[in-house]
Ligand binder design. Structure first.
Ligand code: CP
Length: 312
């Protein structure tokens, strides 16, 4: 394993499989144990450095670090000296001077984690940088697919929606390629990035044609906060062509699962009945995020033996 996790492309098949297997061990242990804490990272400090809003990623990294007995510093840019003009570099160096071993960073700047990794001595984990990558989301998505469908090799995964602004889509495409799945991206032409033809994925504009062949359908939120202009005629028109409603779900095979990384806009890219339906893995994805992030922190911070070696 590398010292940092900056991109899903950093992970070999062996690395990714080790993370998923370690997460599975940790999930089983956490379910079984009456005391949910492991002493594995006692004495280590993890800094959560969030310059962009987050519900799932921030809280699950905090919970993951605490379950491994690490000390956790939660840093939010709002209310810090960033508002006085302090740079990312100086902020990171200040926190490192207090003894951080790992920095988990979310930033609106695509490339912020890579730059941070050049500055700090500890490990850096990309928790989402701009429209670039979100590798731990891709790992927890892969974990959930494997948990629900029993394999990743040969799975047909359809990712639908705002690919242009989605760090989740890019990381999933990269990781799923490594793990042997076949990805199809479905979006209006305006919401596909330039150069998507070079990605290891098929592209389609016709959701109804792709759905019956899919083992996994992953819906993405339209990221209006990153849009300066109109990318589609109306929300209603977007939903009609690219939304997953009850009628469309009827086209799916019996085993097909429906995923969403969250946050979701109910009624836009996904109907409430589908988000809360039997095929939905949305809550499983959130729960699995804790185990996967425990595995990532454990392995990046030098874990080489079984993560559950000395249960307490
Ligand atoms: N999926 C995800 O990254 O959610 P948050 O923005 O709530 O962390």
């Amino acid at each position: 394993m590398n010292r940092h996790l900056l991109s899903a492309a950093d992970l070999s098949l062996e690395d990714a499989t080790l993370i998923l297997d370690t997460a599975a061990e940790l999930a089983e242990l956490t379910e079984r144990a009456t005391v949910k804490k492991l002493p594995t990272l006692r004495g280590r400090t993890v800094v959560n450095l969030f310059f962009e809003d987050s519900t799932r990623t921030k809280t699950s990294f905090e919970l993951a670090a605490k379950r491994l007995s690490a000390d956790v510093i939660n840093f939010a840019a709002k209310g810090s000296s960033v508002s006085k003009g302090e740079t990312l570099k100086d902020t990171a160096l200040t926190l490192e001077a207090m003894g951080s071993d790992a920095v988990v960073i979310r930033h609106s700047w695509s490339g912020a984690p890579v730059n941070l990794a050049r500055i700090v001595r500890g490990s850096v984990v990309n928790a989402g940088d701009g429209t670039h990558e979100h590798p731990t989301q891709a790992l927890l998505d892969a974990f959930t697919m494997r948990q629900k469908l029993g394999r990743l090799e040969g799975l047909k995964v359809t990712i639908v929606g705002d690919i242009l602004h989605s760090r989740v889509a890019r990381s999933n495409v990269l990781l799923l390629k490594t793990l042997g799945a076949e990805v199809t991206l479905v979006a209006p032409p305006t919401l596909l990035p330039t150069g998507v033809d070079t990605w290891p994925a098929e592209v389609s504009y016709d959701l109804d044609a792709v759905l019956p062949k899919s083992d996994v359908v992953m819906m993405l939120r339209v990221q209006r906060e990153r849009m300066g202009a109109a990318y589609f005629p109306s929300a209603r028109e977007y939903s009609r062509r690219y939304g997953l409603d009850v009628d469309r779900v009827r086209q799916l095979q019996d085993h097909t699962i429906v995923m969403h990384p969250g946050p979701m806009v109910r009624g836009m890219e996904i109907a409430s009945e589908v988000a809360d339906g039997l095929r939905s893995t949305i809550q499983d994805q959130v729960a699995n995020g804790v185990s996967v992030r425990m595995a990532v922190l454990y392995l990046l911070l030098g874990g080489s033996e079984s993560a559950i070696g000395s249960e307490q």
